[in-house]
Each structure stands twice: as C-alpha cells, then as structure tokens.
Design a protein around this ligand. Structure first.
Ligand code: XMP
Length: 503
C-alpha cells in the first residue's frame, strides 16, 4: 500500500484515486501524521502531496522528520518536492520562476520517465522553485522556465516532481506514477475481485449471526451495498421507501433488479404520506427538512416492526470519510440528507463496508455483483428526488408532468449515446408559464429547463456542450408529448456560481 501525505493540495484525493486506478491500495493521511500512525499502515511507498503553503512559511506543515529517513521510496509532488529539497539540505527560492498551467519538458531522463517518448506536457502550479539540490541528487527533467522540474535521490528510489502527474493536463502522468510504483516495488493487487472477496469476508465476520438493516435509494452505492450483503449471505433487510418523488419506472427497476439478485427487499409505499407533508411548502430547505424527517419516520417504523437489528449498513464512501475528517467547517451550501437523526430508541452499530472506496471502485464491485448497467451507471439523484426539481410547491400534477419530461430527456440522451458522457442530467419544472400557440389558439404552458453537466467531483461543474441537434430533438419531443410544457430552455451556467440542482 501507498500512503499519500496531504499538505493541503486540491489534488490530494486525485493522487489517491490515480493509485487505485493503477490497482494499488492507497490512503490519505494528514501531512503531519506521526511516525507511529504512518508505520501502522505498513506502507511500501510514500507520496508527499502539493499544498498552498510556501516552505519558507514558519507555520507551513511539515512531515515528522523521521519519516524522510525511513528509507521508504518517496515521491514528492510540487510542495512535496520543495519539502524534500529543503529538509534534505537543498535550497528553495522564490526566484521569479513561477509557472502556472501547461509546460513542456525540454529534457527528461531516468527510470521515472521510462517508456515516455516525444513531447511531454505537464501541469505546473507553483511560485517557489528548487534552486539547489540536496547532496547527491540529480536533475532528471527541465522545462523552459525551470531547470529543476524533477529530481532523483542517490538511492534511485526517491523522486520529486515540480509538476502534477496526477491531473489530466499531464497526459502521460499515469505512466510516471506507474514507473514510480514499479521502482518502489509496490504490490498491485487492488483488483475488484480482491476487494470484493475481502469485503465479503469482513462483512461476514463482523455481522455473524446478527441482523442488518439498510436503506436503499436506488442509487449505485446503496444498491451495491444491498448486493454485497446478499452475497455475504448475512441476515439483512433492505428497505426502499417510495416517497413518490422518484423518476418514471425507477421503483420497478430497482425492485426487479435487487430481488432477482437475492436481496431481501421491502418496498414501502409512502407516497401519500410525503405529499401530504409537502403540501403548501415552497422553500427548498424546508422541503429537504420535511423529506428527511418523514423518511426517518417511515424507516424507523419499519425498523421497529421488523426489528431488532444490530447493524445499520450505509454506503458511505472514502471522499465522505476524508471530508468529515479533514474539511470540517466547510460552508454548508445545502443540507444533504441521509439516514442520520434516527430516534434514540433505535440504536444501531454502523456498518460501512465502502468507507475506503471511491465511487469508481463501487461501480466495479457492482459489475462483479451483477447490478444491471442502467442502475450501475446511473447519474447521482438527490435524496429528496423530484421535489427539488419542481420549483415551489410540489403537487401530484407537477410531479406527473416532470416525470414524463425527464424520462424523454434521459431516454434521448441514452439513444444518442450521450448519457455516459455527462456526469449528471436533469429536467427542472419552473413555476413560470409562458405564452405559446397551439393551432390558432394562444395557450399558457410551463417552462421546463434542461440541465446537463460535466464534473469530476460535483464540487465544481461545467455545463455540458450537448449537440444543438440533440437539444432541438429534445425540445420538440418534450413539447409534443407533454402538452403542459410550452417552452424548453437549456441551462448554460457553470458551478459556481450556480449549483447543479436548481434548488
Ligand atoms: P448541487 O446542487 O449542490 O449538487 O451542486 C451537488 C450534487 O449533490 C446532489 N444533491 C443532493 N443529494 N440530497 C442529496 O442526496 C440533497 O438534498 C441534494 N442536493 C443536491 C446533486 O444532485 C448533485 O449531484
């Protein structure tokens, strides 16, 4: 396994993900983690991330000095390179060598660049630069601006790069990371089969003869978790609450798929309950609060009736774990809802088998477990469902209109082979009604907004450049088949300043 020591770079998570893509188990620890904590994980190599600080800053985060003398193969990236240089007797200066954006390596050599040929474009983002190497080190890459773009230690196992090999703007970066792993002799056994096998074992051992309760939303994480419990053959009950805010055919699809694969699934029809609670409510946060509260109530009732359960399984992912550990106090933009806030009398132990996995890894497990592609590759869908895609009050009539329009948009994306090219696509029913003509008559119809975005992490997003012919067909089909809609618009706003959802 490889430990990534985090010094605050926005790319730290990406480094860990790239290593996983290369089939290496990796974890992120704070840059100042103690030697004991680091050794506990028995790492075969270390990566020191970039970070926003300058090594001259007296408060700049530094690793425990003993960490650098362990003899572990180490790769320093950006700030990580400057740390290595400074700590090991080299020199870092703010020498007017700042570089931002794309740069070309004018020279590169040595095992870190093995297999690379021709032009090597790299992504730079730094103000300080290494001006003197630690004793015995050698320069192994240069750019036009920077004579020390990469350096190699005399042991031939420790390297540092000023650029970011983990980002897509360094197209050959994966090869560089792979070379480092090979030099470090890191085992590459983190395959989906291996992960599945160890998760099945872990779940079986932890649960034993006890019972597990699970809420299934129809998304990939909770569906895969349900399949994992079925595969581990533990005594479980998966509860799917139909709150009436789902998309067309979603409930049937989830029910059919999971039951067929051995999940003990109970579908609770709570549509009327939710709609009644939402009556007259227009404020988005208020809608979220009500849906969260009603969900807990329905779920708790099932838990009491069918209980007792010792465990509550949740599809928590590694990014959530990192977030709650590290980025405390991050501004709360929207209150996202899960099964938190369960009443006192329902005490569970949490079972979170995916807490060290990234989303892509869960999708790989889902494939092994046989989850059908339409669910496995589904875009994220918010817990409060279509309620936050109907601006203003949610009514049965509006749900019906939005459901049909959304289905046309999403089906068409699939037909055109565009669905998997965007990270999320949605339709929003606005309360605006505009004038149109139908035959000789003027009529008022709702304005429907279509939105599709591309994003890596959903924290920032860009609007998707869907082909105009596609948008044309979507607008025609929707207005033809859903006569309540008079106008279709496409959302051209990125996040920020907008969010992905409209509410
Ligand atoms: P925003 O709109 O904040 O969305 O840019 C980012 C991602 O989060 C999803 N989202 C939610 N998911 N409950 C959820 O479970 C919510 O209340 C909620 N609000 C937004 C959104 O669909 C997108 O994927």
């Amino acid at each position: 396994m490889v430990l990534v020591l985090d010094f605050g770079s926005q790319y730290t998570r990406l480094i860990a993900r790239r290593l996983r893509e290369l089939r290496v188990f990796s974890l992120i620890l704070p840059g100042q983690a103690s030697l004991e904590e680091i050794l506990k994980h028995k790492p075969q190599a270390l990566i020191l991330s970039g970070g926003p600080n300058s090594v001259f800053d007296p408060d700049a985060p530094r690793p425990d000095p003993r960490v650098l003398t362990l003899g572990l193969p180490t790769l320093g990236i950006c700030y990580g390179m400057q740390l290595l240089a400074q700590e090991l007797g080299g020199k870092v200066e703010r020498a007017g060598r700042a570089e931002y954006g794309k740069a070309l390596l004018t020279r590169y050599q040595g095992p870190l660049f093995k297999g690379l040929e021709g032009e090597v474009q790299v992504w730079m983002s730094h103000q300080d630069a290494v001006t003197e190497l630690p004793p015995g080190w050698r320069v192994v890459a240069e750019t036009e601006e920077n004579p020390v773009a990469a350096m190699e230690a005399p042991d031939g196992k420790t390297f540092a790069v000023q650029f970011h090999p983990e980002v897509a703007h360094t197209p050959k970066g994966m090869q560089i990371l792979e070379n480092f792993l090979e030099i470090a002799g890191v085992k590459r056994d983190w395959t989906p089969e291996h992960v599945l096998e160890s998760l099945v074992k872990e779940v079986r051992e932890r649960v034993g003869e006890d019972r597990v309760l699970l809420a299934v939303s129809g998304g990939v994480d909770s569906s895969t978790l349900a399949l994992l419990l079925a595969k581990a053959q533990v005594n479980h009950l998966a509860v799917f609450v139909d709150h009436g805010l789902l998309r067309l055919g979603e409930r049937e699809e989830v029910e059919g798929a999971l039951k067929a694969l051995g999940v003990n699934l109970r579908v609770v029809d709570a549509k009327e309950h939710f709609l009644k609670a939402l009556k007259g409510v227009e404020d988005p946060e208020e809608k979220r609060r009500i849906i969260g509260r009603e969900f807990v109530e329905v779920f708790s009732q099932v838990a009491r009736e069918a209980g007792p359960f010792r465990f509550l399984a949740q599809g928590t992912l590694y990014p959530d774990v990192i977030e709650s550990a590290g980025e405390q106090g991050a501004a709360k933009i929207k209150s996202h809802h899960n099964v938190g806030g369960l009443p006192e009398d329902l005490k569970f132990e949490l079972l979170e088998p995916f807490r060290l996995l990234f989303k892509d890894e869960v999708r790989e497990l889902a494939l092994l477990l046989g989850l059908p592609d339409p669910i496995r590759l589904r875009h994220p869908f918010p817990g409060p469902g279509l309620a936050v895609r109907i601006l203003g009050e949610v009514t049965e009539e509006k749900l019906d209109i939005l459901r049909r329009a959304d289905d046309i948009f999403i089906s068409l994306l699939r037909e055109w082979g565009l669905y998997s090219q965007v990270a999320q696509a949605l339709a929003v029913l606005t309360p605006v009604r505009s004038v149109g003509v139908a035959g000789d008559e003027r009529k008022y119809g709702y304005v429907l907004a279509l939105r599709a975005v591309t994003t890596e992490d959903f924290m920032t997003a860009d609007w998707a450049r869907l082909p105009l012919d596609f948008l044309d067909e979507a607008a025609r089909r929707i207005t033809r088949r859903v006569p309540e809609i008079g106008r279709v618009v496409y959302d051209l706003t990125s996040k920020p300043p907008a969010t992905i959802e409209w509410e």
